[in-house]
Ligand binder design. Sequence first.
Ligand SMILES: NC(=O)c1ccc[n+]([C@@H]2O[C@H](COP(=O)([O-])OP(=O)(O)OC[C@H]3O[C@@H](n4cnc5c(N)ncnc54)[C@H](O)[C@@H]3O)[C@@H](O)[C@H]2O)c1
Length: 353
Amino acid sequence: MSKTLTPEKLQDLVAHVLAAAGSAQAEADKVAANLVLANLSGHDSHGVGMVPRYVDAVLEGGLKPNTGVRAGVDLGTMLALDGQRGYGQIVGEQAMRMGIERARRHGSCIVTVGNSHHLGRIGHFAEMAVEAGLVSLHFVNVLSRPVVAPFGGGDGRFGTNPCCIGIPLEGQPPFVLDFATSRVAQGKMRVAHNKGERVPEGYLIDAQGRPTTDPGVVVVPQGEGLFGALMTFGEHKGYGMAVACELLGGALTGGGTWHRPADTARTVLNGMLAVLIDPAKLGTRPAFEREAAAFVDWLRQAPAGQGHDRVRIAGEPEREARARRAREGIVLDDATWQEIVDAGRKVGWAVAG
Ligand SMILES: NC(=O)c1ccc[n+]([C@@H]2O[C@H](COP(=O)([O-])OP(=O)(O)OC[C@H]3O[C@@H](n4cnc5c(N)ncnc54)[C@H](O)[C@@H]3O)[C@@H](O)[C@H]2O)c1
């Protein structure tokens, strides 16, 4: 059984739950819109299914509604911000707006945000930058249960540490590469577990460090609070990238790295290093536009490989999903729906679907 809702209906009911959990209406609306856009983009792992976790984090005291960024250092082209445990959807957007304004003025800006609550889909921030004509690079660490194993290791030591690159393309939609450095996003294991599905080999190890296809090993404790772990993508190369995200998103931002045993907190904190570049100020814009378009065109001319219909660039699958889901609605599995209803109940709001 599942439930299909229009994006508008889903956004409205999620905003009600978030407002009941203490957010001012404008904040609740913005966070709800961000989560629904993640669902629309095909990333259910970072969509409204996060609401129960956010509500628990608010009740736990680890997520502070109605909280914005605080600037530590502001050198014009360098901004060090403290997210103060506010909603990542709010403090992340604030940080990007500040960084975008500086990059347009000075040509580039380095922004760090430590201590933000879950930033959600990082591509959202790259989309803000490319909309303003800027290139953006994002390195993010995750302070939550250490769910990803280091290459060659047998238990989880760090989070799904996402990395994202946004590049505007003249006259066509942008390149937006946005991925977790784990083989798959942790939230996708929750979704698969809720649907009762198995996952392909090579994604997971169990609590004893053995390969498994059961997503439940990273969703439900495997006895005495032990969990299995996700593996990184690309073996040692993805592992290196994950470590870089921890060092840049966690250490360089001052937000902190993970180096302690797992706890049971529901709070998820993110640190993000974002680098914004204005191609117009760099003086390469004509060549950049011409060469980027020529290369993307060249890629698209490749014949379809076996089992594929055509070549795409990063960002296209999300745009295709948005068009489809805006038409067909957003499908929530039973477990996810029930968890949202329960979250509403915890904060005194009866969710009516
Ligand atoms: N805030 C956090 O703590 C956190 C942690 C981990 C992941 N995330 C988010 O989770 C989301 C999902 O991550 P994921 O690793 O599961 O993503 P994914 O594996 O679905 O996609 C990764 C990227 O690959 C591109 N892509 C997919 N199919 C393609 C194709 N056929 N051709 C060309 N490009 C293609 C997509 O456009 C996207 O940029 C991301 O938005 C990420 O930011 C957030």
